[in-house]
Design a protein around this ligand. Sequence first.
Ligand code: DOR
Length: 447
Amino acid sequence: MGIFRHSGSPGKIPVLTDDSVKKRFRIRNGHAVDPASGLDGVFDILVADGRIEDILPSEAEVTTGDEDVDASGCYVLPGLVDIHTHLREPGFEYKETIATGTRAAVNGGFTAVCCMPNTRPVNDEPAITRYIQKKADTDGSCGVYPIGAITRGQSGEYLAEMGSLVEAGCVGFSDDGRPVMNSLIMRRALEYSRIFKVPIISHAEDTTLSGKGVMNEGLTAVQLGLRGIPNAAEDIIVARDIALSELTGGRLHVAHVSTEGSVRLIRDAKRRGVNVTAETCPHYFALTEEAALNYNTAAKVNPPLRTRHDVDAVREGLQDGTFDAIVTDHAPHHREEKAAAFDDAPPGISGLETALGLALGLVHDGTITISRLVDLLSINPCRIMNIPARLIRVGAEANLVIVDPRVEWVVDASRFESRGKNTPFEGRLLKGRAVRTVVSGEAFACR
Ligand code: DOR
């Protein structure tokens, strides 16, 4: 009772600050779901010294001295892990910092994020990787795993020193924000991925085809008089990268899939046993290109929002296992930047604080089960990036999220912890959200 309070520490999130409380508390009566541990039922979970000390039937006697966190009617899930986040630091601190971005993550139910390398400077050298890690150690509220650039400066010309970046702690490679247009360089990156056992994350966009496009090529673009990007711009590179993965046996992970064609290509490749995994984002299953009507720059994102046909295909891919992960592609931008004309505004959506609510929509409407949601938002992301699993198991580090699936709330970006208030979901009514996120045994209250 009353154990969650504002810490007054750098974060605005109320945290458990009392040491005795932080060290030992009991999550009471929650519906724990962890398919990796074969757990699905109502339990009490004891957290002590950063670890899960015990998992007990919920009617068990109260151990004296335990602090209760009432999770009745809530799910207790493995902490969510977002493997596609832009933290913007170093270089773009006016958009987001490691401090604000990881607070946003925790507020959204995430216990770790993998951050993309399109910072300034680009994360293409061990010194930058170490800088990010150091900053995460001092300012971060959750785990931060850096992703290194595939090519130096993300210029697409020369491979980065993948070996030294892996040694420094990079868990994967991507030129996200841009494709690797040179197929030979992509081939080499995939070859190296086998040696270092890390994924190559493909931003699939044929830039000779997307050109100066700013939204999906189709009816809405015509209505708005804006240049379009056809689905084929994505499909072509997905097909190429699947072919290169087959050629090399390299670990391919396809980022932010938005088209029906890509879903089909990935489904077929998986059937043939190609070493490919794939992710999509909430905006590709919850919005169509029409969100950009009225020149709404909050709905400008790359790849662009597509048609109902694509949204249906993405949802089908989530249902049938074509997709391994749901990621946020959290891409915070400054208000002034997004206030520009549609042509000039930067693409991106601030996604960490709406992802879980939107993904729970898939559970509510019967598209996926809660256990599949855990696969998509926690278990598979950790597997793809080879980072420690968030297990609900006795002895495991306590990385959990308590989710209330009943609570209805309206998206209000002014309440985001993220500096990026750029969301096309502003005003949308969502059902379900994180109420507590436990990171390494420390419980944060979400708001
Ligand atoms: O919309 C996007 N924004 N897509 C990307 O691939 C990059 C991202 C960004 O960094 O802003």
